[in-house]
Design a protein around this ligand. Structure first.
Ligand code: AMP
Length: 287
């Protein structure tokens, strides 16, 4: 029997569904999102279908993870469209709480993960990963998932959540999923709708320069030189303004002290095009 998707807006109602699912021995998966869905989000649902009997997708634009001058208010939203996409992708329960449901009064508890939050987006967006770790913990408490699916598009987020789950012995397995791209290479993101046509064209430099970096690694070029070349390549785009270009060890996000063949690294980019900040990355290894 094909089950139709149910949309749930309260924690109490979600708990009722989860209790029933657990009683039936179902394996529960969660796909946390901020909505305005695209194929990247749907790929996480697809991965969840492989492992889970009940798939919960949350759509919640979490104010805790936005800085004061960031785009919380104007973050794109379209719940009707999201509902259709989620249902056809195979989501069973769509969790869409209001901010007042998640945070009925000021939240005094904060989950803060050290070290992996220090570089990259953690440095550019103070407090961002506290907001992420706190809301994800809360979602895990509500949904009690066996599996949680996250995209490597936000590789640092995966590192933070994996560390948190390990440190706090949370009974959930984190499943990282590959970056989904548009046909021309641009990493899918809800924020891509902010881009003007010209910004959108110039933003291709992100995926293109990551591809080049891969060939430079093959050629045995030193990481410092690769970083310089990346900065140069991105700077050629008149509308681009670099937030960071970093090459770090993966997954601990520590500096590469010594270049050792076979060592896993992440090449991570954050670049603003006009007002829109885009991120992209490549997880690879030193040759
Ligand atoms: P967001 O709605 O942007 O917070 O993203 C929700 C989840 O979807 C996160 O785990 C993201 O990493 C993941 N995600 C977003 N964009 C992509 C993408 N292009 N490919 C794979 N996963 C993605």
């Amino acid at each position: 029997m094909i089950q139709t998707m149910q949309q749930i807006a309260t924690i109490a109602k979600m708990r009722t569904h989860i209790n029933e699912a657990r009683r039936q021995g179902k394996r529960i998966g969660i796909v946390p999102t901020m909505g305005f869905l695209h194929e990247g989000h749907l790929s996480l649902v697809k991965a969840a279908r492989e492992k889970c009997d009940l798939i919960v997708m949350s759509i919640f634009v979490n104010p805790l993870q936005f800085g004061p001058n960031e785009d919380f208010e104007r973050y794109p939203r379209n719940i009707e469209r999201d509902r259709e996409m989620a249902a056809s992708a195979g989501v069973d329960l769509l969790f869409t709480p209001e901010v007042s449901e998640m945070y009925p009064k000021p939240i005094l508890t904060n989950i803060s993960v050290a070290n992996v939050t220090a570089p990259l987006c953690g440095a550019s967006r103070p407090g961002h990963f506290d907001g992420v770790a706190t809301v994800v913990t809360k979602l895990f408490q509500i949904v009690q998932p066996d599996y949680a699916f996250f995209g490597q598009k936000d590789a640092q987020q995966v590192a933070v959540i994996t560390q948190m789950v390990h440190d706090l012995s949370m009974p959930v397995q984190i499943v990282p999923c590959p970056i989904i791209r548009e046909a021309d290479g641009l990493a899918m993101s809800s924020r891509n709708v902010y881009l003007s046509q010209e910004e959108r064209t110039q933003a291709l430099v992100l995926s293109q320069s990551l591809k080049l970096a891969e060939t430079w690694l093959d050629e045995g070029i030193a990481l410092v030189e690769i970083k310089d070349r990346l900065i140069q390549k991105i700077t050629e785009m008149p509308l681009a303004s670099i937030d960071y270009v970093e090459i770090l060890r993966f997954p601990n996000l520590e500096p590469v002290e010594q270049e050792v063949a076979g060592q896993a690294i992440i090449i991570a980019l954050a670049v603003k095009f006009g007002k829109t900040r885009l991120i992209d990355n490549l997880i690879t290894e030193i040759r």
